[in-house]
Design a protein around this ligand. Structure first.
Ligand code: PRE
Length: 154
């Protein structure tokens, strides 16, 4: 949950960068690279191609959801400035560095074999965000999107 949130938070910075640089939100070639690299690395964690593909597709969907919200917001108000050096290339490196932690968390989650308790666990984790004062609804919705495939049994 924590790494998923970090990824969505980085997506927010990517969106600020892209908005200012007038770059398109979507880069399908990059998406394929992200998924292919995760599938490859997932093997070392004993994760099936299907599992990794679906999970990372959800991460990318969540990231695009965050980005479209930020970009829409940018139409109405000035977006915050990024720190120097926070450009697309360096933000992508940050996203890549999260891949390993996402995969090990996913493998640990699957090995815990939550099965029927899974939905309750994910639901409770989301619910606890609600109590965190000022936690943006948009980020919560992104986490919900990013955790969609967690409880799917194959
Ligand atoms: O790297 C980017 O350009 C991003 O916006 C991040 C990301 C991702 O979540 O990995 C999301 C949308 C793009 O289509 C490609 C990749």
């Amino acid at each position: 949950m924590r790494v998923i949130e970090q990824r969505n938070d980085t997506a927010r910075l990517v969106a600020i960068y892209k908005s200012k640089a007038r770059l398109p939100l979507e880069d399908l070639k990059r998406e394929q690279e992200v998924i292919a690299s995760a599938v490859e690395a997932g093997k070392r964690h004993g994760l099936s191609e299907d599992r990794v593909r679906t999970f990372f597709a959800d991460q990318i969907k969540a990231s695009k959801f965050v980005q479209s919200a930020v970009m829409t917001n940018g139409l109405f108000e000035k977006l915050p400035d990024l720190a120097p050096g926070e450009d697309l290339a360096s933000l992508r490196i940050v996203l890549d560095q999260m891949q390993e932690e996402l995969l090990s968390s996913l493998a640990a989650f699957d090995n815990a074999n939550y099965r029927e308790r899974c939905r309750i666990l994910v639901g409770t984790a989301l619910e606890s965000k609600k109590r965190q004062k000022g936690y943006p609804l948009m980020m919560m919705a992104a986490t919900a999107q990013a955790t969609l495939s967690l409880c799917k049994s194959d």
